[in-house]
Design a binder for this molecule. Structure first.
Ligand SMILES: [Zn+2]
Length: 290
C-alpha cells in the first residue's frame, strides 16, 4: 500500500500530496465530502480519502489533464465540465491517459525533485481497466456538504473546461491549474493564440471578480509554494497583468529551461513579478506578436 501524505490546510480541507506530481483536495462537511482531482494515479487514493473522512463523497475534476484524472479509474463517476469531455471517453478507455505518458511525467518529477519517494516507480502506475461515468459539471454548481457549500466556477484557459472551487466556510479558493506560477495557456483553444490569451485572461478575471468570496488560495501544484502553504494572491494579480501586457505588446519575455523536459529543452515565458505565462505548445512570444 502506498500511503500519500496529507495536510489539513484549512478547517476541514485537506491537501493530499501526490509525491510532487500534483495535489488532490478533500473538503469535508457535516454530511458529505467532496474530492477534487485524482492525481496521476500513484498511491492508494481511496484509502487516503478514507483516512481523512468516513463520510460519503463525490469526485470532481478541475480539468482533464492526465496528472489530474490519472487516478479517476478508481471511481465510478466523476464530475467534469463538458468542454473537457473531448479528452476522455465515458465508459471506454480509448482516450484514457496512457500509462506511458503518466510514467514519463512521474519520472520527470522524480528527476527534478531528487527526493526519496516511498513507492516503486516500476509498479506505481497501472493501465485503466474501466473509465468512470462522466457527470456534467456546470458553472456555479454548488456542492452542499452540510455546514459548508462548495461552488464550482468555470475558468477556461489552461483547458476549455477548467474549473475552480470556492468553499464558503473557510473562504478558500482551489484554483486548480487556472493559475500556477507558470500559467500554461492552451494556445489552440481559440481561433488564434492571441485570442486564447485573451479568453484565458477573461476566465481569470471572472474569478478575481469573486474576490469577496475568498481569502485563501491553493493551486494544484506546489512547485512554487510549500506543501500546505497558500499561494500568495499577488501571483494571480501578476498573471492577470502579464496577460494584459502580452496583448498590448509590452510583456517581458525570457527563455528558461522547460521544467517538463527531460532533454533540457528551453521554453519562452512572459514574466510579470513572480508570475510566468507560457504556452503548453509553441512559443508565446512569437505567436502573440501583433
Ligand atoms: Zn493541467
Amino acid at each position: 500500500m502506498i500511503k500519500m501524505p496529507f495536510y489539513e490546510i484549512q478547517d476541514g480541507i485537506f491537501e493530499i500530496d501526490e509525491f510532487d506530481c500534483d495535489n488532490i483536495f478533500v473538503i469535508t462537511g457535516d454530511e458529505r465530502a467532496l474530492v477534487i482531482d485524482t492525481g496521476t494515479g500513484i498511491g492508494d487514493l481511496r484509502d487516503t480519502i478514507r483516512r481523512i473522512t468516513d463520510k460519503p463523497y463525490e469526485v470532481a475534476l478541475t480539468h482533464a489533464h492526465p496528472d489530474h484524472i490519472g487516478g479517476a479509474d478508481r471511481f465510478e463517476a466523476v464530475w467534469l465540465h463538458p468542454d473537457d469531455w473531448f479528452m476522455l471517453d465515458e465508459k471506454t478507455c480509448e482516450k484514457a491517459p496512457t500509462l506511458a505518458y503518466r510514467n514519463n511525467y512521474m519520472e520527470i518529477i522524480r528527476a527534478r525533485e531528487k527526493k526519496f519517494y516511498d513507492y516503486d516507480p516500476e509498479s506505481a502506475l497501472h493501465e485503466w481497466e474501466a473509465a468512470p461515468k462522466l457527470l456534467p459539471l456546470a458553472d456555479r454548481q454548488e456542492f452542499n456538504l452540510g455546514g459548508r457549500t462548495v461552488t464550482a466556477v468555470h475558468c477556461p484557459g489552461h483547458t476549455p473546461g477548467e474549473m475552480v472551487f470556492i468553499d464558503d466556510k473557510t473562504k478558500t479558493l482551489l484554483i486548480g491549474d487556472a493559475c500556477n506560477c507558470n500559467l500554461l495557456v492552451n494556445a489552440g483553444w481559440k481561433e488564434t493564440p492571441r485570442d486564447s490569451v485573451r479568453a484565458t485572461l477573461e476566465g481569470l478575471l471572472a474569478v478575481t471578480k469573486l474576490h469577496a468570496l475568498y481569502e485563501h488560495i491553493y493551486n494544484s501544484h506546489h512547485d512554487y509554494r510549500s506543501f500546505g502553504c497558500e499561494l500568495p494572491g499577488f501571483v494571480v494579480n501578476d498573471a492577470v497583468q502579464c496577460m494584459r501586457e502580452i496583448l498590448d505588446g509590452t510583456a517581458e519575455y525570457q527563455e528558461i529551461p522547460n521544467p517538463l523536459s527531460k532533454e533540457g529543452a528551453k521554453k519562452t515565458i512572459a514574466l510579470k513579478g513572480k508570475s510566468m505565462v507560457s504556452f503548453m505548445e509553441g512559443d508565446i512570444q512569437k505567436e502573440c506578436r501583433r
